[in-house]
Design a protein around this ligand. Structure first.
Ligand code: ZN
Length: 491
């Protein structure tokens, strides 16, 4: 038998994300970031001399874009720079960059030094990913290769506010990298900083990966992977690179520091650019913009706006409210549903029955209307109404089965569930005297079955319960009927 001498390697991954910010106008000019409602996005219609890079034009900073980067930084536990945030010119020539440089941040980013706790379901744990920086820049125009040696360019995207978020090399597996991307997307959407849509290109992701022998403290040769259109592509591309690196290192072959693109169709990466060809961007301070000095009051105001994030909310549901991981996951996957649940609990309902109704019957009705895009916050029945209905069940005034019927109506109309119960006669009789009278009538009506039960035919109990329920048109509190009937039979 061959003895394996394979070296154990540790995978080191860092992630860079570019996210378009959700502002109505561009980073340095008043051009809209999206076509007007109902209008087609014709190429080169949302442009002006500033975003076309005409000589003599001057940029003006978009305040909302600055705010959204600060908000993101705060949500990522970053330090927000308030002394001297500088914009710098990143110089390179490409036809999608009309000025010949991109206004970005380099030496002094707006926010830095944060972290994001990422649940990794595939590995059954979580990983804390250090955030190196989240800074502000502008997007480039969009090139389209029209074939036969020429390309066309659309400047509608040029100058759209763009945020770059860079992690520390803290990620240890492709599954963690994917989980990081998904958690970050959830965060960006929760705070309203970006639509973070990979397919539409409002969120773009790149990974860099290297391997080193376990126990080593120096980094191996790093490869950057681009051209990833989905989180699945990110995970697959990184898996491919990890295997390729391990094989090369096993064989003692040198690896080259380079940029590789993911070829989705063939499931492999291909070389795009080696380090020797890398650009020297010659960064220097943007002379047309003053340094940014966000006031402490502005930062404090934004800090107060950071909502409870899905990961925190999930932890609160499990640790403080005692919900299962599963229920907590279902609720927090949809911010509107989680807010609805919170409001039901605030109205005085215990967390478990509230979660059962919100993730159960309420979600089932909501899913039936998924095609209309109905969200929990737009349902006619508010959380106070659902809380009243659950309260009626708890008090024994309506059965669980009838409550579902009531909910189906109230969900559509918004009518008070208690009013529906009364109008439709769906209330439950919990009056011991009324139930007792019907039980006596049944015992008198079926003397031989009663005698058989008393001599040991236990299965006749169900028959007798059924007779009582029938006499009371299904409205009796079944628990009470069982209890009273047994007491009288066993007397
Ligand atoms: Zn413009």
């Amino acid at each position: 038998m061959a003895i394996s001498t394979r070296t154990q390697f540790e995978t080191i991954i860092g992630i860079e994300v570019h996210a378009q910010l959700r502002t109505s106008s561009k980073m340095f000019c008043p051009c809209p970031t999206a076509p007007a409602e109902g209008q087609a996005d014709e190429p080169n219609t949302r442009v002006c001399p500033v975003c076309m890079g005409m000589p003599g034009t001057l940029p003006v900073i978009n305040r909302r874009a600055v705010e959204l980067v600060m908000l993101t930084g705060l949500a990522l536990n970053c330090r927000v720079e308030i002394d001297a945030v500088r914009f710098e010119r990143k110089n390179y020539f490409y036809p999608d960059l009309p000025k010949g440089y991109q206004i970005s941040q380099y030496a002094l980013p707006l926010t830095s030094n944060g972290r994001l706790v990422v649940p990794v379901p595939a590995e059954g744990g979580e990983v804390t990913v250090g955030i190196t920086r989240a800074h502000l820049e502008e997007d480039t125009a969009r090139m389209q290769h029209a074939g036969r040696g020429y390309s066309v360019v659309d400047f509608n995207r040029a100058g759209v506010p763009l945020m770059e978020i860079v992690t520390e090399p803290d990620i240890r597996s492709p599954a963690q990298a994917r989980a990081y991307g998904e958690t970050l997307r959830e965060l960006l959407r929760a705070i309203g900083a970006s639509n973070a849509d990979m397919e539409a290109g409002s969120m773009r992701i790149e990974g860099n990966v290297s391997l080193r022998p376990v126990g080593s403290t120096t980094f191996g040769t790093k490869v950057e992977v681009k051209n990833l259109n989905s989180f699945r592509s990110l995970e697959r591309a990184l898996e491919y690179e990890v295997a390729r690196h391990a094989e090369a290192l096993e064989r003692g072959e040198p690896l080259v520091q380079e940029t590789r693109g993911w070829d989705e169709e063939n499931g492999r990466t291909i070389v795009q650019r080696s380090k020797e060809e890398a650009n020297d961007y010659r960064y220097f301070p943007e002379p047309d913009l003053p340094p940014l000095r966000p006031s402490e009051a502005w930062v404090a105001e934004l800090r107060a706006q950071v909502p409870e994030l899905p990961a925190q909310r999930r932890l609160r549901y499990v640790n403080e409210l005692g919900l299962s991981e599963y229920d907590a996951g279902v609720l927090t996957a949809d911010a509107a549903l989680a807010a609805y649940f919170d409001a039901v609990v605030e109205a005085g309902i215990a967390p478990k029955p509230a979660a059962n109704w919100v993730t159960g019957e309420f979600s089932r009705l909501l899913n039936q209307r998924a095609a209309d895009g109905l969200r929990a916050d737009a349902v006619a029945l508010g959380p106070g109404g659902l809380a009243r209905l659950i309260g009626e069940i708890d008090a024994g005034r309506v059965s669980g089965t009838n409550a579902k019927t009531v909910l189906a109506t109230a969900f559509e109309t918004g009518e008070d569930p208690v009013a529906i119960v009364e109008r439709e006669g769906l209330g439950q009789v919990s009056d011991g005297d009324a139930i007792g009278a019907e039980i006596e009538a049944v015992l008198a009506e079926f003397p031989s079955q009663v005698a058989d039960y008393r001599s040991g035919k236990q299965q006749l109990f169900g028959f007798l319960v059924g007779q009582v329920m029938k006499r009371m048109a299904g409205r009796a509190d079944a628990r009470l009927v069982n209890q009273e009937l047994r007491r009288r039979l066993d007397a």
